[in-house]
Design a protein around this ligand. Sequence first.
Ligand SMILES: *[C@@H]1O[C@H](CO)[C@@H](O)[C@H](O)[C@H]1NC(C)=O
Ligand SMILES: *[C@@H]1O[C@H](CO)[C@@H](O)[C@H](O)[C@H]1NC(C)=O
Ligand SMILES: *[C@@H]1O[C@H](CO)[C@@H](O)[C@H](O)[C@H]1NC(C)=O
Length: 380
Amino acid sequence: MYTSLRSKFALLLTSCVAAVSVGAKIIFAGVNESGGEFGSGNLPGQFLVDYDFINQATVDTFVDQEQINLFRVAFLMERMCPLATGLGSTFNETYFSEFEDAVNYITVTKGAYAILDPHNYMRYNDPSAQPNSGSIIGDSSDPNAATTEQFGAFWTELANRFVDNEKVIFGINNEPHDMDTQLIVTNNQAAIDGIRSTGAEQLIIAPGNGFTGGHSWTQTTGSAGNAPSSDFMANLSDPLNNLAIDIHEYLDVDFSGSHDECAQPGPTNLAALTSWLEENNLKAMVTEFGGGNNQNCFDLINEMLQYLADNDVYIGWSAWAAGPFWGTFSSCCGTDTGSLEPGNTNDLGGPNAFETVWPNAMKPNIPVADLKRSGVSSLS
Ligand SMILES: *[C@@H]1O[C@H](CO)[C@@H](O)[C@H](O)[C@H]1NC(C)=O
Ligand SMILES: *[C@@H]1O[C@H](CO)[C@@H](O)[C@H](O)[C@H]1NC(C)=O
Ligand SMILES: *[C@@H]1O[C@H](CO)[C@@H](O)[C@H](O)[C@H]1NC(C)=O
């Protein structure tokens, strides 16, 4: 009863707001730049051979032509913090400067926002078979595991290096899964505390359990039945209140992004998350989603992005994925879809997702005039 009254009120509110400013809520829209985490079986790996961060021409195309304002730039924690010295404040300066060059190109040269994305599933020390290899950060029963304190030190160092760059967003970690949900919150809090201890004021985005899936936010996840993210994630505390929840939501049958057919309706699957965000006065960004090159996926992606725009708790999205090393591979959604990297074909020699999925399903949902173009990354 309370719920239905509540949603009626929310609907009313939505329509009032819509009357004055149409679709002004999504302030970040963009793509993932995947590549810095490539070749994870090869440490430290060689720049431009095993891994690379961005093609500058791609960033130019997305900013100048597509008018997006957000890139999510993946890197590997084992490359940033070599195993010899462990997770913490000692960085590999070569890898850092390669990453920094990519981030600065996006943020300083092109003026867009960049999510710093340690692509590590909240694990460290063996990324060779991600997402499953490596020790869970803070797992005191695993003698090889990095500690929560080390994770905090890593984030303190990284934030300190970007403290004056208002265009960065701190993405605490990519897709934690199959671990104690309370430990995710403890690790997230250590990262938040470390970041804020440097004086950094930029937006932080925090992931939950179950690969941070939106559809399972209020459900147990993993084979051990770990507690729902919703049980604990509202306990995060940011002294600056510049914190959002980081959500991933693929639209194929098992939410994996590995099938070309879309079968999962975003609005229905995100409804429980949306209510939880409203109840806890929190915002979220969907930093990974995608669908294959077919009309049904175009329809379901459009429907989900429209849903995000219609619900005040969502402030942005980034699609999976562009990147310099995809070639004809599909970053998402079936073997023949191809990636979002402009200039590549798919594996059949036809147009890739940048020419199919993007213009049909993503581009129409970019609120170009409303996107944030200046100032410290934030919730509004
Ligand atoms: C640091 O990274 C560079 C570039 O990947 C690599 O060549 C070098 O071996 C790394 N150094 C250490 C100590 O891991
Ligand atoms: C979360 O916060 C609530 C309210 O402050 C508290 O009652 C609860 O014990 C906390 N839960 C955890 C797991 O810390
Ligand atoms: C972004 O890239 C990461 C790293 O590969 C991937 O796990 C994630 O699913 C991607 N997100 C999106 C929205 O594409």
